[in-house]
Design a protein around this ligand. Structure first.
Ligand SMILES: Nc1ncnc2c1ncn2[C@@H]1O[C@H](COP(=O)(O)OP(=O)(O)OP(=O)(O)O)[C@@H](O)[C@H]1O
Length: 344
């Protein structure tokens, strides 16, 4: 179990992480997701013991491992965590097996046990055939597997990942997601995974914390974020494609009449349709693109700095720049106040 209680981190006057409270059970796969600069890495570094919180506490199981009020933290080597970064940081002068063996040697394990554990994790990551190679003799994806094998070999109870797949190409990234989840399950550890990619978050997580400006805007399972976004930020950040947010002032008068004038209305792409002619509940946008998604078509329109997305079964053929009329449903799926809070 990992529990964060009012966790905060300030650098001078700047609050990088503010009042974060959440709890996940043992075996959870917690993803911290949010835009650049929202405080994800700072949170992970506090979990790793590389950064001392300035307020609040971090609890692993029954043990407090960092206390911001008292200003102490248990150092990384003594808190039962494994950490994998974006850069693999393998030792170039050691073989694959040597890299995996090193932390076990440092931990003082005997040779037979080290050998057995190294073989076991290399097999788990399907890189046992590469044991004798050096890092510069294997691909980026294979290096990432070695970094993960090295992390799990000492059997930490908590696995921490900082954007581990961002250096891999798109296809490999998708494969490695599945692979990482398999490793996570096989170890029985609790994982915390940092990414700015909401698709990664939504496909991998058992629990997601959406961060914005150092705060957790919502903490829920992936399906909960899409079904019931608590803030305008979450509504437009998650989902494939994310929901549309339209200021009430820009809605057709018929749809705007009962809504607060300074609010925004959320419409799901699948609730919109697209037509060549204007209607009482449609908005005119410039057709930007159409792309096939799982047997349906995703249509995107732009106008000034706004974008609207519809996912439909079929639509008239538009050319780029044509006016496309996006027909809105009678009621929005949610309404958000000007400050982003959900009203209904
Ligand atoms: N040592 C530091 N001193 C001062 N400010 C810092 C320090 N470390 C991080 N920050 C600031 O804290 C904020 C959060 O940084 P952090 O690296 O946690 O963000 P992030 O969400 O991981 O971003 P990215 O996805 O770009 O890595 C940023 O505005 C950053 O500039």
């Amino acid at each position: 179990m990992i529990r964060l209680e009012n966790l905060g981190k300030s650098f001078g006057k700047f609050d990088a992480v503010r009042e974060v409270s959440l709890e996940v059970p043992k075996g959870a796969f917690l993803v911290l997701v949010g835009p650049s600069g929202c405080g994800k890495s700072t949170m992970l570094r506090m979990l790793a013991g590389l950064e001392t919180p300035t307020s609040g506490r971090i609890v692993f199981g029954k043990d407090t491992v960092s206390d911001g009020e008292k200003g102490w933290t248990i150092d990384p080597a003594r808190r039962n965590v494994g950490l994998v970064f974006q850069s693999y940081a393998l030792w170039p002068h050691m073989t694959v097996a040597g890299n995996v063996d090193w932390p076990l040697k440092v931990a003082g394990l005997g040779k037979p046990e080290r050998r057995q554990r190294t073989d076991e994790v290399l097999r788990l990551l399907a890189i046992d055939g590469l044991a004798g190679r050096y890092p510069n003799e294997i691909s980026g994806g294979q290096q990432q597997r070695v970094a993960i094998a090295r992390m799990i070999a000492p059997r930490p109870g908590i696995l921490l990942f900082d954007e581990p797949l961002s250096n891999l190409d798109a296809k490999l990234r998708v494969e490695m997601r599945t692979e990482l989840l398999r490793v996570h399950r096989a170890t029985g550890a609790t994982s915390v995974y940092v990414t700015h990619d909401q698709v990664e978050a939504m496909t991998m997580a058992s629990h997601v914390a959406v961060l914005n400006g150092g705060r957790v805007e919502q903490f829920d399972p992936p399906a909960g974020l899409v079904a019931d976004p608590h803030t305008a930020f979450v509504a437009t950040f998650v989902g494939t494609p994310p929901a549309n947010l339209v200021p009430v002032s820009a809605l057709p008068p018929m749809l705007a009449q009962d809504l607060p004038a300074d609010a925004s209305a959320m419409y799901r792409p699948e609730d919109l349709s697209v037509s060549t002619g204007a209607g009482a509940t449609s908005l005119a946008f410039d057709f930007a693109e159409a792309s096939p998604v799982a047997g349906r078509v995703m249509i995107t329109g732009t106008r000034e700095d706004r974008r609207l997305t519809a996912v439909v079964d079929g639509a008239p053929a538009f050319a780029v720049g044509d006016t496309a009329h996006f027909v809105l449903p009678p009621k929005p799926a949610a309404i958000f106040a000007a400050n982003g809070e959900r009203l209904s």
